[in-house]
Design a protein around this ligand. Structure first.
Ligand SMILES: Nc1ncnc2c1ncn2[C@@H]1O[C@H](COP(=O)(O)OP(=O)(O)OP(=O)(O)O)[C@@H](O)[C@H]1O
Length: 299
């Protein structure tokens, strides 16, 4: 389990992580979302053992990663700009990582090389941004870490490669119980990949929740009434946002699809449908309720 406890990281007078506390269960795929400068990369770098916390702690199974080679050999970090040695090819980076990670698998390396269309002898520095990310991912999978950290990995990968990444990483999670923490602005990519998400904002974690719980517990309703009932008819529903246009009522409400439909149908609408929200819509609703200016948080 990963546990952040009052974790604080400062750069001079700037507090990049401000006493954050939350947990990530082993074997989960946890998405970090939030605006530019929210602290996502700083959290990943601190968890990877690159930065030393200025206060509080972050631990993997109770052990702090900073200056701890034992813990670091269980973690693989793919930063937003993956680092490779100058002149290195994929094969020479693989040779380097095979010495660093006791869990390195030559077999997994060969299998991954066969899946990605990369020239393993080519200088990585001459590869495109997306190809460099593929090279980093191949090394990460072959290292067979307990914890894989990825910063904006979808950025620069084409749609086919994004799906391949999700499939390979997903099977590592299913087969070996690997834990994944991924920072991304791309809520659509996270939506069908993560099981938990945490929203970072100005160095804090606004909330973290299971994705299913988050998505199933909130729904969008469209209903046509003739005549339109008064507001008191909807009082039994936990409505977050309403819009009325003529006889069409649209609202976002907390609750299961079945419960909401039952209550709406009792009002005898001409037509009613309940639709699930996208992850982006869920965040927007939750944040508006919490009184935050969502446009400035997610963009
Ligand atoms: N090495 C550093 N030195 C000084 N300030 C830093 C350093 N790294 C990050 N910061 C600052 O810490 C804050 C958090 O940055 P961080 O990179 O963690 O945000 P982020 O959520 O990953 O943003 P983005 O979505 O833009 O990648 C920012 O204000 C940033 O300028």
């Amino acid at each position: 389990m990963i546990e952040a406890n009052q974790l604080t990281k400062r750069f001079g007078i700037l507090t990049a992580l401000d006493q954050i506390s939350f947990q990530i269960q082993s074997g989960s795929i946890f998405g970090l979302v939030g605006s530019n400068g929210a602290g996502k990369s700083t959290f990943l770098r601190t968890l990877a053992g690159i930065y030393q916390p200025d206060g509080g702690s972050v631990t993997l199974d109770g052990e702090a990663p900073f200056e701890n080679p034992g813990v670091k050999s269980r973690i693989f970090f793919i930063p937003d700009y993956p680092y490779f040695f100058p002149q290195a090819s994929l094969d020479s980076m693989a040779a380097f990582y095979s010495r660093l990670y006791p869990t390195w698998s030559r077999e997994r390396y060969e299998a991954c090389c066969a899946m990605f269309p990369l020239d393993r002898k080519m200088r990585i520095g001459n590869m495109s941004k997306g190809m460099q990310r593929q090279a980093a991912l191949i090394c990460a999978i072959a290292a067979q870490p307990e914890l894989l950290l990825m910063d904006e990995i979808f950025d620069g990968l084409d749609p086919v490669m994004r799906q391949l990444l999700k499939r390979i990483v997903g099977s590592e999670v299913a087969d070996r119980g690997m834990t994944v923490v991924i920072a991304s602005h791309n809520l659509r990519e996270l939506e069908d990949f993560c099981d938990h998400v945490g929203l970072f904002h100005k160095g804090g974690v606004l909330f973290e929740r299971e994705l299913d719980e988050l998505k199933l517990g909130i729904n969008k309703v469209q209903a046509v009434f003739q005549p339109l009932p008064g507001p008191e008819a909807f009082q039994g529903l936990d409505i977050l946002k309403t819009e009325v246009r003529g006889s069409l009522v649209s609202f976002v409400a907390r609750g299961t699809k079945e419960d909401i439909l039952e209550q709406i149908n009792a009002l005898h609408p001409v037509f009613a449908e309940v639709l699930p929200l996208t992850l982006e819509e869920v965040f927007i609703s939750e944040m508006e309720v919490a009184g935050y200016d969502i446009e400035n948080i997610l963009n």
